[in-house]
Design a binder for this molecule. Structure first.
Ligand SMILES: Cc1cc2nc3c(=O)[nH]c(=O)nc-3n(C[C@H](O)[C@H](O)[C@H](O)COP(=O)(O)O)c2cc1C
Length: 415
């Protein structure tokens, strides 16, 4: 059971798309109201094939909107008002079609027009057939939405209404309700379990830990990109360890093939600039652990068409510097109390790490020698450089490195 944050009358605009799971949104309306929230429902044309405006009006005790053209006060721009009156917009179920439209700025009905016009936070709860979910188009649309700050929940895995099995099921309404509470509550305690507050067991309880992980991909043209060998394993292990220690964890991840650790809120990004924006949006935090191997450079001119071989001369790539995410977090007016950077070096590891700590304004630098097969491997040999000196850890599995680091983070934050 999760702590139920008193909702004190927040207003939810619930957009219901045309999926078989639309019936679960009726239960969601009931839950939001039970927790003190008010709901206004918008039903898409597809959504209206699965649930009726009458059901939703009865459950929400509010008028249900279905068309851009039937809002009474179009002189006062009713559709704009509707999009602004809410504290949070929840799209549930978010069909593949709705998310494609959201990602591409299409506004051809009431729901999509509201989503484009709003200045409020948006959450999408996808539900669809597993092939639709796994389709590159859907995944690209979700990455775009997440990079723009939309909270996209991960669907559940299991047997589906269509008879197939896999990821794509709508999470249970109670789980969606918890995500809504987390999105509404500003404080770092939002969404944390209200049991086991023994600080010995959960030393990071009440703390928000922000972790970055993985590589970034810097596109050269539609088919090529600059990348590095980071697998994301160490960053994901740290996010998992921090969650186990009771923290609320936001994990900003570059392109990797790892599952999201339990209890971790994950934001997927592709480029360094997207990662920088997602990190800024995730602040404030008590601690930032910047593990991602962010590309130092990107090409100055992205070629919108695939670059072709021409004669014998290969094209010259002009590079430009990417934002320095670690330094900007350390210099931010929302600077976390503890800023931890990683330094992957192939030579003079400690010397470079010590210099990097000062140059970036970080509290600690975790130095690792990546001249072997650390990148992508399962073990790591690290040294934690702080103002107190260097803490040498033995070679350990990445999970154990994560636990050791999180233990030290908890000690520092609770000191
Ligand atoms: C019986 C049936 C069930 C459907 N279930 C889903 C679904 O769960 N998820 C989804 O993305 N699309 C589903 N579709 C397809 C959508 O209804 C279709 O793409 C529609 O255009 C989406 O409308 P919307 O943009 O109003 O959500 C289903 C279609 C049918 C006929």
């Amino acid at each position: 059971m999760h702590k139920l944050v008193a909702m004190n009358g927040p207003r939810i605009l619930l957009i219901i798309g045309g999926g078989i799971a639309a019936y679960k949104s009726c239960e969601l309306v009931r839950l939001i109201r039970k927790h003190g929230g008010a709901v206004t429902c918008v039903l898409t044309k597809g959504g209206a094939q699965f649930v009726t405006p009458m059901t939703l009006a009865a459950l929400s005790e509010n008028p249900v909107h279905t068309s851009l053209w039937d809002l009474k006060n179009e002189v006062e721009m009713g559709h704009i008002q509707l999009s602004r009156q809410a504290d949070l917009i929840v799209v549930c179920p978010a069909t593949a079609d709705l998310m494609a439209k959201m990602a591409h700025g299409i506004a051809d009905d009431l729901a999509t027009t509201l989503l484009l016009a709003t200045d409020k936070p948006v959450m999408a709860v996808p539900a669809m057939n597993v092939r639709m979910w796994e389709h590159a188009a859907t995944q690209a649309n979700i990455a775009t939405l997440r990079s723009r700050g939309v909270t996209v929940l991960n669907p559940d895995e299991g047997p589906m209404a269509c008879g197939e099995f896999g990821a794509g099921r709508l999470p249970e309404p109670a789980i969606v309700m918890q995500a809504i509470e987390r999105a509404l509550a500003a404080g770092p305690l939002a969404g944390q379990p209200d049991f086991e507050v023994d600080p010995g067991h959960r030393p990071l309880y009440g703390k928000h830990v922000l972790v970055t992980a993985g590589p970034t991909h810097e596109p050269i043209d539609p088919v090529r990109y600059i990348a590095n060998r980071s697998s994301g394993k160490q960053g994901f292990a740290i996010a998992a360890a921090a969650a186990r220690a009771g923290a609320r964890v936001t994990l900003v991840s570059g392109p990797v093939t790892l599952p999201t650790p339990p209890g971790v809120e994950r934001i997927d990004v592709e480029t360094a600039r997207e990662m920088a924006a997602a990190v800024q949006q995730a602040l404030p935090a008590d601690c930032a652990v910047m593990v991602a191997a962010v590309a130092d450079w990107r090409t100055e001119d992205y070629a919108p068409e695939k670059m072709k071989k021409r004669g014998s001369a290969p094209p010259a790539l002009r590079l430009t510097e990417n934002p320095d995410i670690l330094a900007s977090v350390a210099a931010s007016d929302k600077r976390p109390r503890l800023v931890v950077g990683f330094a992957a070096e192939t030579e003079n590891v400690l010397e470079h790490a010590t210099e990097k700590r000062k140059r970036k304004g970080a509290d600690w630098i975790v130095a690792n020698d990546v001249s072997g097969d650390v990148m992508g491997g399962d073990v790591n040999l690290v040294h934690i450089v702080s103002d107190k000196g260097v803490d040498h850890l033995p070679e350990l599995p990445k999970d154990a490195v994560a636990d050791a680091l999180v233990e030290r983070i908890a000690d520092a934050l609770n000191a």
